[in-house]
Design a binder for this molecule. Structure first.
Ligand SMILES: [Zn+2]
Length: 316
């Protein structure tokens, strides 16, 4: 491995890292240039970067003074450059986002754009620059915007599908599950036609959504359309009177059969005492509905697996 001497007139395409006032890069061996494909990133403080990145720490050699060293992340073709090998390709765009973040220009918080967050997750991944702290911070932020819990994701967000792609790219299984539920229950999915409600959706996802939606309906329809039984005869009778107007009819309005978790939340929220059900039976039924929600949430993992296998087999 040889060290390349680059002249100072390299045309820089990025000035993300502000040059320290006391340092000409040529005088400071820890200030180097990175090249990713055709993009040059001059004046990169190597110490700082290698303190964060395990991959860079492992790859760098101690530079001699007065030499501007070029590290390349993508190609070994350029003679005289140090190659830093990564398992997966690093893009110049992601590297630029990383520099902004390390420079303190870009904070990680819930206001961060999803694309930026995705860049940070990607470049900090063990298969690229391997920056564990950044990766876990970025993941935490992602999960604070898209919480991996039952009904915790706001369905009005236009970024749900993009977030699903991110969750799949980094195998965030629980967020993925919560996102799948949010997407399926916030869109009109035509199970028969298999046409996407959103043109951005891939054919693969449309099939997965349709499969899961069918599962929701299979599982929940018997609960929704069967009057609840209670421990007392009088309470069972009261349920029989109230079930149609309070449970079934509203479900026609909001397509409740396709959204079991939210429907069960709604059913739990009804003031059953006012409709003649005793406290004991209300408590018993509430426990039962909570149990039903837990079961559906648990089963969703299995349904997702089945959906993937089915879609894969259909392709063969
Ligand atoms: Zn009762």
């Amino acid at each position: 491995m040889t060290i390349s001497l680059e002249s100072q007139d390299i045309i820089s395409s990025s000035t993300s890292f502000s040059q320290k006032s006391d340092g000409n890069p040529l005088d400071d061996p820890s200030i180097v240039t990175f090249r990713i494909a055709s993009t040059l990133f001059p004046a990169i403080p190597l110490k700082e970067l290698s303190a964060h990145s395990k991959v860079i720490r492992g790859a760098i050699a101690a530079p001699s003074a007065s030499e501007l060293i070029v590290y390349t992340l993508t190609s070994a073709n350029s003679e005289g450059e140090f190659m830093i090998k990564t398992e997966e390709e690093v893009s110049a765009g992601d590297f630029e986002v990383l520099l902004k973040y390390l420079d303190g220009c870009e904070g990680i918080n819930s206001q961060i754009a999803l694309l930026t967050l995705q860049s940070l997750l990607r470049i900090s991944h063990p298969t690229r620059l391997d920056i564990p702290k950044l990766h876990s911070d970025a993941r935490q932020t992602f999960e604070s915007i898209f919480p991996p819990h039952m009904l915790a994701i706001k369905r009005d967000s236009s970024t749900l599908y993009h977030a699903l792609l991110v969750a799949e790219e980094f195998t965030f299984r629980n967020v993925r599950k919560a996102l799948l539920y949010a997407i399926i229950t916030s869109n009109n999915i035509d199970t028969a036609a298999g046409t996407p409600s959103d043109p951005a959706w891939s054919a693969h996802h449309v099939k997965i959504f349709a499969h899961l939606l069918a599962k929701f309906i299979d599982k929940f329809a018997p609960v929704l359309y069967t009057v609840a039984n209670a421990g007392h005869m009088a309470c069972t009778d009261a349920f029989a009177d109230a079930w149609m107007p309070l449970v079934i009819e509203p479900s026609y309005q909001d397509d409740g059969v396709t959204d079991p978790l939210r429907s069960l939340e709604r059913i739990k929220g009804i003031d059953w005492g006012k409709h003649g059900i005793c406290d004991e039976c209300v408590k018993d039924k509430t426990d039962e509905w909570n149990g039903e929600m837990e079961v559906i949430w648990e089963m969703l993992d299995q349904w997702i697996e089945e959906a993937e296998i089915k879609v894969l087999n259909d392709r063969k």
